[in-house]
Structure formats: structure tokens, C-alpha cells
Design a protein around this ligand. Structure first.
Ligand SMILES: [Zn+2]
Length: 107
């Protein structure tokens, strides 16, 4: 059984994730989707996590650019994320079945 956390950090270093996150950063114009700050350090945030799915296998719709400050805030009670969640839940449902297929193939 592989430790989930070390698997996660390994994936963050993977070139496929680096390419994927660069794509998201470009799409979002290197601007935080929450506070609209630019010119800072960013993280690409996953709205949802699926089992047995590598970070770069997620559809772009489930990924957004956040500045490190927004990303580290667990309290997103201003409705920013819940608004997103509502709009992506349907997408999530569709992709979840596809992701499971990918997971099965990899597994
Ligand atoms: Zn921000």
C-alpha cells in the first residue's frame, strides 16, 4: 500500500502536472480567480478529488488558479467556492464516471 501523501507530492513534481498547471495558469491569465491578484505565487487548485486519479488527469473545468494566500484559506465562507461547486457539480458527476474508467485502466 503506497502512502497517499507521498504519492501526492510525487505527482506535484511530475512534468505532466507541471504542464497541466501551466495550462491552467495561462488560461486564467496568471490571476487569482478569487481575489484577482496577479504577479504573485500561484497554486492550481482541484475542486474535487477522485480516487485513483492522477493530478493531471482531471478535466480543466475542475481546476482553477489561486494565489497562495487564497489557496491556504480553508474558510471560503464568502460563497466564492460554493458558487463554483454548484456549477461544477454536474461536470463532476459526468467526469467521475470517466475518471473511474481511467483509474481502472491504470490500476
Ligand atoms: Zn487570491
Amino acid at each position: 500500500m503506497v502512502n497517499t501523501m507521498s504519492k501526492y507530492t510525487e505527482q506535484l513534481k511530475d512534468v505532466r502536472w507541471k504542464e497541466k498547471s501551466l495550462l491552467i495558469l495561462k488560461r486564467d491569465n496568471y490571476t487569482c480567480c478569487r481575489c484577482r491578484v496577479s504577479g504573485v505565487k500561484f497554486s492550481v487548485h482541484h475542486f474535487l478529488y477522485f480516487p485513483n486519479t492522477k493530478l493531471w488527469e482531471y478535466p480543466n473545468d475542475l481546476l482553477i488558479t489561486l494565489c497562495d494566500e487564497c489557496h491556504s484559506k480553508e474558510d471560503w465562507s464568502d460563497g466564492f467556492i460554493s458558487g463554483y461547486i454548484t456549477s461544477i457539480t454536474a461536470i463532476g458527476r459526468i467526469y467521475r464516471s470517466e475518471m473511474k474508467l481511467i483509474g481502472d485502466l491504470n490500476g
